[in-house]
Design a binder for this molecule. Structure first.
Ligand SMILES: [Zn+2]
Length: 384
């Protein structure tokens, strides 16, 4: 029998950085960890063997997208997300809240009430309503190892009155999520234990962030996430928010910075701020757009940093300077693309032609780069 609970173990701290691991029904995850995003039960351009070869320990799927397509009835008939996508390692689902709000921003079709959020499908214009209970029920049908509480992602520029109301809603909804989680004895419809994380919100208002952290910490969540527009998007703001709440967070629960991982250097910075878990669509999205990570970890302990000769740690493979460059993307890289010896010139050619193989080879490198970074952080931090 798989283990029936979720447990986090802190091995070592170096400054504010933490090294640890947690257990899920689909295996152990060592932290800090980067989680590739598999929006529609696929990390774009990669199959599960490719994902496994990047050494990714856990991947994310998006509740909003899976709910709309293939839909819960079909996903449940297929035995849940693990079985459906042929992935046997840990998974995490978001609550759908972020997509509802961010997609709603562009089409204006989102209506927030005290009960939940009404939205219009971006696929066919059909109307839907998510309540906290429904968001948990859908995640129980998806069957990931870790679920997220349904929250309201507050924009940075929210005025204090709106931020206050949104936070009160997020907190009420968190308690409703906890009840829906307990109602199924914390298990998915497939009979497997599911962890539930609470999400700290509060825009850019220190008192609200602290209040939210205290609220989440006082409840039986298995982990604490930090959300909001700033997190991952603005590293200075992310550091500010973490500075306000870090002292309030318990040592024995993982801390998840939602949507963080645009640049390799962001991961290093966030680990040094005391976060353990990260996800971002950037590595695969950037790869598809011709931006490929190049650089390496240097230093030990608190002096660890990501060093690159390229601005933002990326090269633009479409640049004509690579048209006859015979070297691999990054000499010494242990990803499939570099190990197979595919040259920058070949990738430049594939990219220019829009060839499908390009998306796979570039995505493999970028995902492996982020996953390896977290592996190296574990090693290099310990040497401090
Ligand atoms: Zn590589």
């Amino acid at each position: 029998m798989p283990n029936s609970t979720f447990s986090f173990h802190l091995e070592k701290t170096v400054g504010r950085a933490r090294i640890g691991w947690f257990e899920t029904p689909h295996g152990r995850v060592e932290t800090p960890i980067f989680m590739p995003v598999g929006t529609l039960a696929t990390v774009k351009a990669l199959d599960t063997q490719d994902i496994a070869a990047t050494q990714a320990q856990i991947i994310l799927a998006n509740t909003y997208h899976l709910y709309l397509r293939p839909g819960m009835e079909r996903l449940q008939a297929m035995g849940g997300v693990h079985q459906f996508m042929n992935w046997s390692k840990p998974m995490l689902t978001d609550s759908g809240g972020f997509q509802v709000f961010s997609l709603g921003k562009t089409d204006g079709g989102v209506k927030i009430t005290e009960e939940g959020v009404g939205f219009t499908s971006h696929l066919d214009g059909s109307k839907h309503f998510f309540t906290p209970e429904r968001a948990i029920e859908i995640q129980q049908q998806i069957g990931a190892d870790i679920m997220m509480a349904f929250d309201e992602c507050t924009p940075d520029q929210a005025d204090s009155r709106y931020a206050r109301e949104a936070l009160d809603r997020t907190h009420r909804w968190a308690d409703q999520c906890l009840m829906a989680w307990e109602a199924r004895d914390r298990h998915s419809v497939y009979g497997q234990y599911q962890a539930l994380f609470g999400i700290v919100q509060g825009a850019m208002i220190p008192e609200l962030r602290r209040e939210s952290a205290e609220f989440m910490v006082a409840r039986p969540f298995d982990g604490i996430a930090v959300g909001g527009e700033t997190i991952g998007y603005n590293m200075a703001g992310t550091a500010e928010v973490m500075g306000w709440i870090e002292q309030l967070l318990p040592a024995d629960k993982p801390r998840y910075a939602m949507g963080l991982g645009l640049n390799p250097s962001d991961l290093v910075a966030a680990v040094k701020l005391g976060f353990d878990m990260f996800d971002c669509v950037a590595p695969t999205r950037l790869a598809r757009n011709g931006a490929i990570y190049v650089g390496e970890i240097q230093g030990t302990g608190e002096n660890v940093e990501f060093v690159s000769e390229w601005p933002k740690g990326r090269l633009s493979i479409g640049n004509s300077r690579f048209a006859t460059d015979q070297s691999v993307i990054q000499p010494g890289c242990d990803c499939h693309t570099c190990q197979m010896g595919y040259s920058r010139a070949y990738l430049h050619h594939l990219y220019k032609c829009g060839e499908l193989t390009y998306y796979r080879l570039a995505s493999i490198h970028n995902v492996r780069c982020m996953v390896r970074l977290t592996e190296q952080l574990r090693t290099q931090l310990k040497l401090g």
